[in-house]
Write a protein that binds this ligand. Structure first.
Ligand code: SF4
Length: 453
């Protein structure tokens, strides 16, 4: 019996017009660059004597000027480097497409996510903001994480429990996926099944991913630090994910010996769509100043980014299956109020899918408003003081003063401005635009803080 060929992922399809021989050489360059990013001794040796390094790693001589002087790859003479430049460019395009596909189906959810995206653009350093897809959902299939990284941006707690794939759990899992699909639509398929967890802590992770694929039409991308510790499982997971059309996966690399083990096991070609994320001591990438890295930043300033940041990538629902909890979250710079780099707009728990459905509905009604709230004061985001983002709003001094104070509702402001000669419709129009562009403050009030309109 002939078997169906495995589906080609979208990412693989993007590269189908490349010469397979050249793509194979690109895979060697990708591998070298990942090692270069992780290994400070290799960087020093390559800077001192590129010729001594090139041949062993099968990379073109010209790569040194790209890495050391940041020369544009598109103008490289070497065809492999030009192809590597196309590879990187297409990966960026693919991410942009994924971000668009993360837009939830329900209009209030979609508009709320867009407002969070606008806010993050203003508040986060560019390189962190650009990495955020604003996924509509993330699921945790464990409680805590066994890895215990000192820099964990989400401050994962110790591993306490995992959600086993018992028949009743699988029923709840599949129904949970359906509930999310009802509000997010096809975007739910862009979700991930890990957060402050390592997916491979759950021995049944692959079973849950197959359910995810059946219910939501996509096999979720995996990021794991445990892959290098169980190469057999990692290989089977990669094969399973590719066979279901998964686009890409990622291994977090905590040490060079882990990288050695992975690269000995997998050929460069087989990791063309697997990113090796350098979390080694000699990594060129600073850890995001969030979570544990925020706490430890002062002790390891050279290893942590200088600005508060985040690795949170969800503007939507964070659902923990073992504890049956659901939170509505969005990324923000880590700080005293939100040390893990995400805001919690609402939180609840559930016992079954029906309760989850009603809790999600309640959160959406409370938080994902379609216009500026009428029952509470309207206030500009505090970080916008003197921002040129406000330049094209033709509001007078009185309006800006009231919006900065945040002491009147939209209706009260419109009445007050009308007595100053500003038509009410004009004020409401301006407020709606400020709201749509995420310029009005929607940070959740601290617990116990009563709002009086
Ligand atoms: S960074 Fe990932 S693997 Fe490390 S402790 Fe946090 S959740 Fe676990």
């Amino acid at each position: 019996m002939p078997t169906d060929p495995p589906p080609i992922s979208r990412l693989q399809a993007i590269f189908s017009d490349e010469d397979p021989g050249i793509l194979g050489e690109v895979a060697w360059v990708k591998r070298f660059v990942e090692r270069w990013l992780a290994d400070d001794r290799l960087r020093a040796a390559y800077l001192a004597e590129p010729d001594g390094i090139d041949a062993g790693h099968r990379v073109p001589r010209e790569l040194a000027s790209y890495l050391h002087e940041n020369s544009p790859l598109s103008s490289a003479e070497d065809p492999v480097l030009r192809a590597y430049g196309r590879y990187l460019g297409k990966r960026i395009e693919h991410r942009a497409e994924m971000s668009r596909e993360c837009a939830p189906a329900m209009a209030p959810f979609r508009a709320w996510r867009e407002r969070q995206m606008h806010r993050c653009q203003d508040q986060l350093p560019d390189q962190y903001n650009e990495a955020i897809l604003h996924l509509p959902v993330a699921f945790e299939l464990s409680e805590g994480c066994s890895v215990g990284c000192w820099f964990c941006g989400l401050s994962a707690t110790r591993l306490e429990s995992v959600f086993s794939a018992s028949p009743s759990h699988r029923t709840l899992w599949r129904e949970t996926l359906e509930v999310v699909r009802e509000v997010a639509g096809p975007a739910a398929g862009q979700g991930i099944a890990f957060w402050a967890t390592d997916p491979l802590d759950n021995p049944d992770y692959e079973i849950f991913c197959q359910d995810f694929h059946q219910v939501l039409g996509r096999f979720p991308a995996t990021t794991t630090a445990l892959g290098p510790k169980d190469l057999d499982r990692a290989e089977k997971l990669l094969q399973l994910s590719w066979s279901k059309g998964c686009d890409f996966n990622r291994f977090s690399i905590l040490s060079l010996s882990q990288m050695d083990a992975l690269t000995a096991r997998f050929s460069p070609e087989s990791l063309l769509y697997v990113d090796l994320i350098a979390q080694t001591r000699g990594s060129l990438r600073a850890k995001a100043q969030a979570g544990k890295a925020l706490e430890k930043g002062e002790k390891a300033p050279a290893l942590v980014s200088s600005e508060p940041s985040t690795i949170a990538c969800v503007s939507g629902f964070l659902i923990n299956m073992p504890t049956r909890s659901v939170r509505l979250i969005s990324p923000c710079p880590a700080g005293p109020r939100w040390p893990m780099g995400y805001r919690v707009h609402a939180s609840s728990s559930f016992v079954d899918a029906n309760e989850l459905r009603s809790e999600i509905g309640r959160m959406m009604a409370d938080v994902m408003r379609v216009s500026p709230p009428k029952d509470r004061p309207v206030r500009l985001r505090a970080d916008l003081k003197d921002s040129d983002r406000l330049a094209d709003f033709s509001l007078g001094e009185l309006a800006w003063s009231r919006l900065n104070q945040g002491c009147v509702t939209g209706a009260e402001l419109a009445f007050e401005l009308e007595s100053d000669g500003v038509p009410m419709a004009q004020t409401f129009h301006a407020l709606n635009r400020l709201f749509d562009q995420g310029l009005l403050d929607d940070e959740p009030e601290p617990e116990g803080h009563e709002i009086h309109a």
